[in-house]
Design a protein around this ligand. Structure first.
Ligand code: AMP
Ligand code: MG
Length: 539
């Protein structure tokens, strides 16, 4: 049992643990791996570590928790958020869930290395669950150790916060703490295991519930627990839907479809590839959750996935994510069907997903191109052709859209400008300009002519269009090689770049003149380096 800590700096955190109070618990409290039946969670203590040291914390998240900067820099903070001490009111547990992994039902998975500390309630009455990732084994750790390495923890910490500032729904990260202990990992599963520094991230979200939580009880025929969990979720996280009933279950599922569709539109907008969209990694709140072998599109390639484990089938490639989300929602529909027992209305609710995604994508593409109103036919053609020309040769997605925003469209062009003249302002986006053939240039030039025509037809002044485009097309994303550079330094005990990237990514849409280098194309050395272009699930 971890000793409870009295610390005035952390006093502002008060807990109200509704999940453990209202849902069925596993009666077993000893910490060994097992199948847990008829329960939503198992109580479990974090494993203390040798030497916790704060690497970084997120200012915005501390504000949600009413914590001061001083509190976060205190010794007590590092102790608590590495799992060495509990605060009064914490009631740690690991939750029980299952999931489809790469399309196959995997049975019980559960929080194998996540331990929920408790539900913090802030002064505004908002509920935030605090969850440690990497704080030691739980009953759900199966054959693994329950730990996390610094490398993957830096990636999770930075990306959670980067996504938030991009306006993408996501779980958040309060803190990143190195443990002072070594963790053995075989990064490419090829017999080269080595020790790496360990770390713990404290994740924060209104709920960490996954599709897989519901699926597990349905798969086992534990309908009472399934109903309790659905009712709990509706009352806690969807109270606007009213008291649970079959009618409300449908409205709830519809809302999950809607939120998931909105999340997918955002991922497409910013070029995020999750890497492991298993149903246990799908949040019931439509939040991006579980940052593992994710990556950011640098050159626009719908077939790209950073996850080496998925290199052959590419199930979770960038361009396939929206369809996978739909498939995952269908699995959730199957799981809750016994509570509704009518196929037709459930199917109608599921149809909200493609409808919302398609409409949302249309609006999103129009915004990326700077249009105020939709001209469905013209815009569809423009978007489709744009996504094709972005793939002619390697083209950096983020740079392309920022350069497009900077085009002068107000100014009259000389009669019949050449393709090269039209393309000149966009050339920074190309990794291999030498590979642009005459045919490519003609096609791109033509697209720019059509784009200019569309903009001029609508009559949006350049400065207005630029402002609108730059508010949805980020200048700074967590480029894969940037995260890796920050990790290389952090592994040497230098946390400066983690903190610099955290700061940079707080304002992803702004021009940050002293940080231009972070907006540049991926350097050549990063093309094939592990961690920059390919990642394994080892974390
Ligand atoms: P993921 O693919 O990372 O979402 O993980 C799938 C399952 O494996 C979840 O149940 C995780 O909790 C579990 N898991 C992943 N890594 C570890 C680890 N190092 N120790 C224990 N469980 C883990
Ligand atoms: Mg997971």
């Amino acid at each position: 049992m971890n000793a409870q800590l009295k610390d005035t700096a952390l006093d502002s955190l008060t807990f109200d643990n509704r999940f453990t109070r209202e849902l069925p618990a596993d009666p077993e409290t000893a910490n060994y791996r097992r199948q847990v039946m008829g329960a939503c969670y198992s109580r479990v203590q974090p494993t203390p570590v040798a030497q916790p040291e704060l690497v970084a914390y997120s200012k915005e998240v501390t504000e949600h928790l009413d914590l001061t900067g001083d509190a976060c820099e205190s010794e007590a903070f590092a102790q608590v958020f590495a799992g060495n001490h509990l605060l009064e009111g914490m009631d740690p547990y690991a939750s029980c869930y299952g999931g489809h992994q790469f399309g196959n039902w995997a049975g019980q998975l559960g929080d194998g290395r996540a331990i929920n500390l408790g539900e913090g309630v802030n002064r505004q009455g908002e509920r935030w669950i605090l969850q440690l990732k990497g704080a030691g084994p739980t009953p759900y750790s199966r054959t693994a150790d329950g730990l996390a390495v610094l490398r993957s923890s830096v990636r999770e910490f930075l990306c959670s916060e980067a996504m938030h500032h991009l306006g993408v729904p996501t779980t958040r990260a309060l803190s990143l703490i190195s443990t002072g202990e070594q963790v053995i990992r075989d990064m490419f599963y090829d017999g080269h295991a080595k020790p790496e520094p360990g770390a713990v991230v404290c994740r924060v979200a209104p709920s960490f519930m996954r599709f897989g939580n519901f699926q597990l009880f349905a798969s086992r025929g534990e309908m009472d627990v399934l109903r309790q969990l659905v009712d709990y979720t509706i009352r806690t996280d969807f109270p606007h839907l009213g008291e649970p009933s079959p009618e409300v279950y449908l409205r709830w599922f519809e809302e999950v479809c809607l939120r998931t569709a909105e999340m997918m539109v955002h991922w497409t907008r910013v070029g995020f590839v999750h890497g492991v969209m298993n149903t246990d990694n799908m949040s019931i709140l439509g939040l991006t959750i579980d940052y593992g072998p994710y990556g950011w599109l640098e050159d626009y390639d719908p077939n790209w996935t950073p996850n080496t484990t998925d290199a052959v089938g590419r199930r979770y490639r960038f361009g396939h994510q929206p369809q996978i989300a739909h498939w995952n929602l269908a699995q959730l529909a199957n799981a809750i069907y016994p509570l509704i027992e009518e196929v037709e209305p459930l199917q109608q609710a599921l149809d909200v997903y493609p409808e919302t995604y398609e409409k949302g994508s249309q609006v999103m593409m129009a915004q990326k191109l700077g249009f105020d109103t939709l001209e469905p036919k013209i815009d569809d053609e423009l978007s489709t052709e744009l996504l094709a020309i972005l793939q002619l040769v390697e083209t950096d997605m983020a740079i392309f859209y920022r350069k497009l925003a900077a085009l002068d469209v107000d100014a009259e062009l000389p009669d019949d400008p050449s393709d090269d003249a039209l393309m000149a302002p966009l050339m920074d986006a190309y990794y291999t300009p030498d590979l642009l053939t005459g045919e490519h240039r003609a096609r791109i030039g033509n697209w720019i002519r059509n784009y200019r025509m569309r903009v001029r037809k609508e009559g949006i002044p350049d400065d207005v269009r630029r402002r609108q485009m730059n508010a949805v097309n980020p200048k700074y994303v967590l480029r894969n090689y940037l995260a890796q550079l920050a990790i290389d330094k952090a592994e040497q005990g230098d946390y400066s770049m983690v903190n610099e990237l955290l700061e940079l990514l707080r304002h992803p849409y702004d021009e940050q003149l002293d940080r231009e280098e972070f907006a540049q194309k991926r350097p050549e050395w990063a093309r094939h380096r592990a961690g920059c272009s390919m990642l394994s699930c080892s974390s």
